[in-house]
Design a protein around this ligand. Structure first.
Ligand code: TRP
Length: 364
């Protein structure tokens, strides 16, 4: 069986380093590993509209921002199909049929949806489109028969929902030879990468909280954000013992620092464990740790930032890439949709047997 990757992001803002360690970095490695037959990367504009009904222009403007972030990180249109969700109308058709396989109470139990309903104060006035987006996400994942879905941990309930739809579809409509493919989520192993907190120490990086470091941030912006990061509120003097747990600077170091960074920027320590031990003992100031983190981040982000600026010089070409990718994705979606319709017994005009059998019935 082919190994196929699909994943994507909602274009509601530029991507930040939480996206990067949570999924982007991994995608690029997977793309370059040569182990996958195909890689699809989707800009989920239609899904973004489900909770941005009043703000279509925001979604429209951010499609290119996300595309630039993708290319800057090393997603390569020669190896990966980059496309825009709304351009694949087959996804709507698949969603419509999958809706028959999911109950309202199942959707109500989806932890991600529950959480997001709270976050957005939807409560009693949840748009149906938003409520059902896990079903549309199942269409995103199955149209290309994805086997592997690299995502952040918060997306696990979506993959779970997709698996249920796949199993139910196959068992009802295609018991002999399955049409849909069961996807596996791929989430970061590292705890710090699973959920990178905001620079203010809050649980999540989010644009509305203003606590993000963006891939497109300038060197000065990154530095200013790092130097004002949340650390350990009890660590007032350099000599005080400090806490690592819940200390955002150390969480970021967990996600980004490697031993060779110490050689280059902080040779007094061999590795992160030694640095943490000193901090915990007392006698190590926040500023020193922050300066180190800044060096580490700058090293990782500078090439991304520079590539982004290069790509941004030719915006029409980026739209070309997305258009080509969308054409490719559409072909795959049309193929799967025709198999789905065949399995569901709604392929009337393609089924000569049906027409023949009914002609015979009435000829008697
Ligand atoms: N729900 C994802 C997010 O909010 C975006 C997304 C849409 C996605 N469709 C997908 C991710 C399919 C993986 C697979 O980030």
């Amino acid at each position: 069986m082919s190994k196929i990757i699909l994943t994507g992001d909602r274009p509601t803002g530029r991507l930040h380093i939480g996206h990067y360690v949570g999924s982007l970095r991994r995608r690029v490695e997977l793309q370059n590993s040569g182990e996958y037959d195909k890689t699809y990367i989707m800009i989920a504009d239609a899904q973004a509209l489900t909770d941005n009904i009043d703000n279509p222009e925001k979604v429209r403007q951010n499609v290119i921002e996300v595309a630039l972030d993708y290319l800057a990180c090393g997603l390569d249109p020669a190896k990966s199909t980059l496309f825009i969700q709304s351009q694949i109308s087959e996804l709507c058709e698949l969603t419509f049929y999958y809706m028959d396989l999911v109950t309202v109470s199942r959707l109500q139990r989806n932890p991600t949806v529950k959480n997001e309903i709270q976050l957005r104060n939807f409560e009693a006035s949840i748009p149906v489109g938003f409520f059902t987006y896990p079903i549309s996400q199942a269409a995103d994942i199955t149209f290309c028969k994805a086997t592997t879905v690299p995502v952040g941990e918060d997306q696990l309930p979506m993959i779970e929902q997709t698996k249920e739809i796949v199993h139910k579809f196959n068992s009802i409509y295609a018991p002999e030879s399955p049409v849909l493919v069961d996807p596996q989520a791929l989430i970061p192993e590292d705890e710090a990468c699973k959920r990178l907190p905001g620079t203010d120490g809050k649980a999540k990086m989010s644009k509305s909280l203003g606590n993000c470091i963006y891939l497109a941030d300038t060197a000065d912006e990154v530095k200013a954000k790092v130097m004002s990061m949340y650390t350990d509120p009890l660590h007032l003097q350099v000599s005080d013992p400090g806490h690592i747990e819940g200390n955002t600077v150390f969480t970021y170091l967990d996600a980004f620092a490697r031993d060779e960074h110490f050689e280059r920027y902080l040779p007094d320590y061999a590795n992160l464990d030694e640095l943490k031990a000193h901090y915990t003992r007392g006698g190590l100031g926040d500023v020193k740790v922050k300066k180190f983190l800044n060096n580490v981040l700058q090293e990782e982000l500078e090439p991304i930032r520079n590539r982004r600026l290069e790509f941004a010089k030719d915006i029409p070409e980026i739209y070309n890439i997305l258009k080509k990718g969308s054409d490719t994705a559409r072909e795959a979606a049309a193929q799967t949709l025709s198999e789905v319709k065949h399995a569901m017994r709604i392929d009337y005009f393609a089924d000569e047997e049906l027409i023949k059998a009914q002609s015979e019935k009435y000829a008697r």
